[in-house]
Design a protein around this ligand. Structure first.
Ligand code: GLU
Length: 554
């Protein structure tokens, strides 16, 4: 077979050569040790936690080493594309604070190694496929779907390995006449790689995360160019990561099984291989058993879930770092205020066997992260979230920003800040009683051992004596002072020793006021709350509870 003639016949429009491509995309001029990484998502509209998890590894490796982190769009599977898929990818990564140095953007490509969208690189791939055909290392295959299905069926019957190999590689060694006959007829074809591998042999390989491993060679003549002229993942990966000079390919471990194909292709083309880091699957505990996170069963797999639920980006990133590197938590404890970029991230500290995702842990991390934010930041982030997912609440917060921020300041700062919420979607329930339209008191929570008569008297008296100018100590001293008029005691020891002798303690007294003012038993510091609400609102609420009690008596 004259391979050069076949190559020219298959790709008459390709005049460039591999050498010309190599010249066009020269080595990058980077300092020693700088890593070049990329993420290469498909614009299917579905972005999941795995995408983010892997992207963080890429971003850290590149930026920690003074290298380049770039975005490539893998859109060769035309059936899976959705409108705005690329926009979604860019938006999502931007929201998570992952900024690319280079790659596809909505305004076009940015960088010298493009195009960064695979569908625009058809002629580049074809240049390399043409070279492989000319070397006799690739060939056209004219099999129809039906013929391939028949091969599959035969293999199933004979309990043989599936695929296109050995005697099943029916177009591998066809005569020149047969090939040209099909070409003359215009029969559609794909280009397959002529594998010299054998499943009897193993390849030694060192993964950046999983360490040394042995994997079986590939003996399949896989498709490298589809009938639409676009490459399969295998081929595009090899060409793109070579020409864009990726030094470290970080990707999900689902690609490990096809790694032998990729290594073979690099060798066949005489190209230098990148280093690989295959990230373990994200797992979760379900009914006491570990299993993979699934798109169907686990809403938390989709990144949209994080936006909708107002999970703070900073919290999610912190949590993912705890999953990524086992020593991150210790580092965080020692460096509570340092930006996470200061943490010395390493693939060596990643688990090779699966990262256990735990939503309760995520919530805890988020609560910690939010508790360390300023009221200003919490306000901004909550408004931003609410504008998209709860516009009425956003409007309420924005009516009086100073009031909203003052509410969010309660219990903030200091050594032990409050940890009331970890998601922006939880802020509303927490602050609701500060806003008249959201005030929905749970009077049933009033201490059951207090009579309505006593509660009524407390409320009537307090309306008369509440004085917002008192300091916190004076205010509390006043509460203690009035206890005896209701048969209560301010002496907690005495109360504990003989509870039967009193109607209640000063704790019960403040609980009555808390439920009257906040409408619930769980609320931040009552004095601060009252200061913020102001006398008028407080009196109105005390009155409101009085009316409710009266109605209960009827
Ligand atoms: N497009 C592939 C994916 O979304 C990229 C895998 C890789 O990073 O090489 O899974």
């Amino acid at each position: 077979m004259d391979y050069q003639k076949l190559a020219d016949r298959l790709f008459p429009h390709i005049s460039e050569t591999m050498e010309m491509m190599e010249e066009k995309y020269p080595e990058r001029d980077l300092p020693e040790g700088a890593k070049v990484t990329r993420i290469a998502p498909s614009p299917t509209g579905f972005m999941h936690l795995g995408n983010l998890y892997g992207a963080m590894v890429d971003e850290r490796l590149a930026h920690q080493s003074g290298g380049v982190f770039y975005l490539r769009i893998e859109d060769t599977d035309r059936k899976r594309l959705v409108e705005n898929g690329v926009e979604t990818i860019l938006k999502v990564f931007h929201k998570f604070g992952l900024e690319f140095d280079e790659g596809a953007t909505l305004e076009g490509d940015w960088g010298n190694y493009g195009p960064y969208t695979q569908s625009e690189r058809a002629s580049i791939y074809q240049t390399y496929v043409k070279a492989l055909v000319a070397m006799g290392k690739a060939y056209p295959c004219f099999c129809t779907e039906e013929e391939l299905a028949a091969i599959h069926e035969e293999q199933e019957k004979g309990k043989e390995n599936f695929g296109y190999y050995g005697k099943y590689a029916v177009w591998r060694d066809r005569s020149e006449e047969e090939v040209y006959e099909e070409l003359d007829k215009g029969t559609p074809y794909v280009i397959r790689f002529r594998s010299e591998g054998s499943i009897e042999r193993k390849i030694r390989f060192e993964d950046q995360i999983k360490g040394k491993m042995e994997i079986t060679e590939n003996d399949q003549d896989v498709v490298i160019l589809k009938s639409d002229g676009l490459p399969t993942y295998h081929f595009a990966h090899v060409i793109d990561d070579h020409l864009m000079h990726t030094t470290h390919v970080v990707r999900g471990e689902e690609w490990l099984s096809t790694l032998p194909i990729h290594l073979q292709l690099f060798d066949a083309l005489g190209l230098k291989k990148p280093k690989y880091a295959h990230t373990a699957q994200l797992m979760k505990m379900d009914d006491g058993k570990k299993r993979k996170l699934s798109k169907r069963k686990d809403p938390e797999l989709a990144l949209d879930f994080y936006f909708q639920n107002g999970i703070p980006v900073k919290g999610a990133v912190e949590y993912l770092l705890t999953l990524l590197n086992s020593n991150f938590e210790d580092w965080r404890r020692a460096n509570p205020d340092a930006p996470y970029q200061d943490f010395p991230f390493s693939t060596k500290k990643m688990s090779g066997s699966g990262a256990l995702f735990d939503i309760d842990k995520l919530n805890d991390v988020c609560k910690n992260v939010v508790s360390r934010m300023s009221a200003e930041e919490v306000y901004e982030k909550t408004v931003q979230w609410a504008e998209e997912y709860d516009p009425d609440f956003a409007a309420l917060l924005k009516e009086d920003p100073d009031y909203s921020k003052a509410i969010l300041s309660i219990g903030r700062g200091g050594k032990k800040p409050r940890k009331d919420f970890g998601r922006w979607s939880e802020v509303k329930a927490y602050v609701s009683f500060f806003f008249e339209p959201l005030f929905d008191p749970k009077y049933e929570e009033l201490p059951a051992h207090l009579s309505k008569e006593v509660i009524g008297r407390i409320l009537s008296d307090y309306i008369q004596i509440y004085d917002p100018s008192l300091s916190q100590d004076e205010w509390f001293a006043q509460l203690k002072e009035i206890c005896p008029s209701y048969g209560m005691t301010a002496d907690m020891k005495a109360y504990k020793a003989a509870p039967g002798e009193y109607t209640g303690s000063v704790g019960d007294l403040s609980m009555v006021l808390r439920i009257a003012v906040c409408g619930r038993s769980q609320a931040p510091d009552l004095y601060s709350v009252m200061q913020l609400l102001g006398k008028e609102r407080i009196i109105r609420r005390l009155d409101h509870l009085k009316e409710w009690l009266a109605a209960e008596n009827d």
